[in-house]
Structure formats: structure tokens, C-alpha cells
Design a protein around this ligand. Structure first.
Ligand code: FES
Length: 154
């Protein structure tokens, strides 16, 4: 169920930034840090505070891959689907993650435990197949190792 946006928390964040368009990205980063994503209901106030149109706020959010407008899971799993990982078995790694979590690329599990994403390269090609879970890298993956990692996640 969607919770209503906590306006007080949002106002506290906005107070910390100069009311200027230069603050737009830092404000969005702070909002995401606080709520785990950028709630769409926050955009109008962010726009008002930074003096831009609401459409510009959504434009920035769409442009930068770092921003999300839906809640994410406690554990964000990013599986590489780049060429170097592909030839070393990235597909089997991804299939194992999909099976274990029950979700597809871009989805979050209903219990909010997992979010799954695939990415073009994680910059650790020699260790392929690679996944990153909450900023921790796991390389040379095989199904058994993946299950051990995922099983222990909160
Ligand atoms: S291709 Fe997978 S980390 Fe680069």
C-alpha cells in the first residue's frame, strides 16, 4: 500500500538547500537518500523550492539513471549482461537470481526484499559473471554461490 508522503520530512530536506535551480540535483539526491526514491508527490514542492517547472524536475529524474520514482527493495541486485560476462555465463547467473527472487529485470519483490536490475557493464569484466548487491561486488558467479549470497540477505 502506498504511504502518504511525509511532508515534514520533505520540508526539513528543502530547508537545507538554497532556493535556486542549482540546488535541484542535490535536493533530489537528498530526497532519494531520505525516502529511498524520489516520490512523485514531492516533485511539485521540489520544483517550487528550486524555482523550476515541475516538468523540469521530472526531466532531470528521467535523464539521470541514479534517480528512482518507485520504492526499491532492501537489497538491490545488479547483474551484468555485458559481453565479457555473457561469454562466461551471465545468462545462467541472471536465471538463478530471477528464480531465487521470483522477479524480473526492473522489478521489486512484493515484500520489498529485492530489486533486480541488469546493467551493461559493472567495470569488473575479468571477474565475470559479476553482480553487485548493495554496492558489494561478487565475481566468478555460479548458481551455488549466488544462492549462498542471496540467502543471507535481510
Ligand atoms: S562485462 Fe560484466 S563487468 Fe564488464
Amino acid at each position: 500500500m502506498e504511504e502518504a508522503l511525509d511532508q515534514n520530512r520533505l520540508l526539513e530536506i528543502l530547508k537545507g538547500f538554497a532556493p535556486s535551480r542549482d540546488s535541484l540535483i542535490p535536493v533530489l539526491q537528498a530526497v532519494q537518500e531520505e525516502f529511498g526514491y524520489v516520490p512523485p508527490e514531492s516533485m511539485e514542492q521540489v520544483a517550487r523550492h528550486t524555482g523550476v517547472f515541475p516538468s523540469e524536475v521530472s526531466g532531470v529524474i528521467t535523464f539521470y539513471a541514479q534517480f528512482y520514482t518507485t520504492p526499491r527493495g532492501r537489497n538491490v541486485i545488479r547483474v551484468c549482461r555485458g559481453t565479457a560476462c555473457h561469454v562466461r555465463g551471465a545468462k545462467a547467473a541472471l536465471d538463478t537470481v530471477r528464480k531465487f527472487t521470483g522477479i524480473e529485470d526492473g522489478e521489486t519483490s512484493e515484500d520489498n526484499r529485492f530489486t533486480l536490475e541488469t546493467v551493461a557493464c559493472l567495470g569488473a569484466c575479468a571477474l565475470g559473471p559479476v553482480m553487485v548487491v548493495n554496492k558489494v561486488y561478487y565475481g566468478k558467479l555460479n548458481p551455488g554461490r549466488i544462492e549462498v549470497v542471496l540467502k543471507d540477505l535481510p
